[in-house]
Design a protein around this ligand. Structure first.
Ligand code: NGO
Length: 494
């Protein structure tokens, strides 16, 4: 069945259908790539070849117009960096991006406009017809993120790549990895080898069921894969709390120098780095230096949440000494919003995560010109149960079904934190109860697309009834990809 031009998640900013026109990709279709678009053109061809069985040769562009039978990719500097135009006429398709990232989003939109079978891995006998018209689209927010907790349960490079490929379908452009916590340390730090030797191996993670860590090479591979899909990895080293795994490996990080026992339970707020010990800052310097060197993206997340075992004065001392270390290694800091208790340098980003309807620290950071990421747990946490009956997940922030994840606006959430203060939105997925990639998918889908639309689509293009129908239309695409999703009662699945 032919899709409607606007039947896309996230909802595009401008959609102008031309009912009489449509284009069918067939064995004679070629892809033409203007200079600078070759990488995205090749990605597009690789997406379309398995299910169509067509050759879809990628050739250098001939001229600026849609030629018969041609899917042409172009760059146009007059468009915003992440903006794109997708024109589908009776004779061909033209995708134009402000940058290759914009073009990549045009490709994701094109993919959604094809029949669901385009996700098949073997040739299907389907007419690959696209609806006619023009979409001009750009994101509302620069940062549209997903977070995965690989500390409570470790996920392999292959699993994270697979998750990433399902995220980019919704124009997510940041992947935040929660790499360290009380129950495990998941990134090799060459100057501190005991971290992964003692806290990344067998028996680590919640219930001891989530062992593993990334070598520096694994992490580099993951980051490069993400970059190839225009996703920036945001590594998080959680401090000064959530550090039991680090203290197991380096006992000098405790008050008395005695290593604590490894922990596999889910309690929070009991461990802390020691603010008045120089060993603390030597450690943090080593870790941040190596993580920054491995990370091409601009951000380094330093945690800062739930430091109940750190006094307010020690917390301030610690954060004030660590923020300049992030800058020293050329990165901008992000911290959970507790960090906003401290006077933040320009460029520091506050990530709001709790359920309250006001937060003085976050509002103060915004008033001082700081940018805010919105991840309120009662809307954006993918680890909350959908309903009381959901076997996976937690419920400390309530249950969050799809409508709840969708029907809110980040600019209305906190007094003093309006549109201009927002860098964007992020959907965190904590892994205390997760044990597999299937579990990850079941919690993320279909709520992640809700948060993706909150972050991408203009306010006036958002509509719950439209969204739930577009989600229902996505179900077969997940089925064909073998992606697990929760069949929420909020969605009229076919
Ligand atoms: C909190 C806590 C995490 C938990 C999560 C579970 C933040 C920022 N700190 O969110 O340690 O895993 O809730 O939902």
């Amino acid at each position: 069945m032919l899709k409607e031009l606007g039947e896309v998640i996230p909802a595009p900013a401008n959609v102008q259908p031309v009912a009489a026109a449509h284009f069918t990709i067939d064995a004679g279709t070629a892809i033409s790539a203007a200079p600078g678009t070759e990488r995205v053109a090749t990605y597009l061809a690789e997406l379309l070849r398995p299910a169509t069985g067509f050759d879809l040769p990628v050739t250098p562009a001939g001229g600026p117009d849609a030629l018969p039978g041609i899917v042409g990719l172009w760059l146009d500097e007059s468009l915003g960096a992440e903006e794109y135009r997708l024109e589908i006429s009776g004779t061909g398709v033209t995708l134009t991006g402000g940058t290759p990232a914009g073009l990549f989003y045009a490709v994701q939109t094109l993919r959604q406009l094809l029949p669901a079978d385009i996700f098949a891995t073997t040739p299907q006998s389907v007419r690959w017809t696209l609806p006619g018209g023009t979409i001009v689209d750009r994101p509302r927010f620069a940062y549209r993120g997903a977070m995965l907790d690989v500390a409570r349960h470790f996920f392999t490079v292959a699993e994270v790549k697979s998750y990433l490929d399902t995220l980019v379908q919704f124009k997510i452009n940041h992947l935040h990895l929660h790499l360290t916590d009380d129950q495990g340390w998941r990134l090799e730090i060459q100057s501190r080898p005991a971290l992964t030797a003692l806290s990344g191996g067998p028996g680590t993670g919640v219930d001891g069921a989530g062992p593993g860590f990334y070598t520096a090479a694994d992490y580099a591979e993951l980051v490069a894969y993400a970059e190839s899909r225009f996703v920036s990895v945001v590594p998080e080293i959680d401090m000064p709390g959530h550090v039991n795994a680090a203290q197991v490996a380096y006992p000098e990080l405790t008050v008395d120098g005695v290593a604590p026992a490894p922990r596999t339970d889910t309690k929070v707020g009991y461990s802390s780095l020691v603010a008045d010990k120089e060993e603390t800052y030597a450690f943090v310097d080593d870790v941040l230096r190596e993580v920054a060197a491995l990370t091409p993206g601009p951000y380094l997340h330093i945690g800062g949440d739930e430091a109940q075992a750190t006094s307010a004065a020690e917390y301030r001392t610690f954060i004030e000494r660590v923020l300049p270390l992030v800058a020293k290694y050329g990165k901008s800091p992000i911290g959970w919003h507790e960090m906003a208790a401290v006077d933040l340098p320009p460029g520091a980003i506050t990530q709001y995560w709790r359920t309250e309807s006001a937060d003085a620290g976050t509002a103060r950071a915004a008033a001082n010109g700081g940018k805010v990421l919105m991840s309120p747990a009662d809307r954006a946490y993918l680890d909350m149960k959908y309903t009381a009956k959901t076997p996976l997940g937690l419920d400390w922030a309530g249950v969050v079904d799809v409508e709840r994840a969708y029907s809110w606006d980040p600019a209305d959430r906190l007094p003093g934190v309006g549109e201009d203060a927002l860098l964007g939105v992020e959907a965190p997925l904590w892994s205390e109860t997760l044990r597999s990639l299937t579990d990850v998918q079941t919690m993320a889908f279909p709520r992640l697309p809700a948060i993706a639309e909150v972050g991408w689509s203009p306010r006036q293009s958002r509509d719950w009834d439209s969204f739930r129908c577009r989600l229902a239309g996505y179900g077969p695409r997940w089925d064909i990809q073998g992606v697990a999703y929760h069949r929420s009662a909020d969605v009229p699945w076919h």
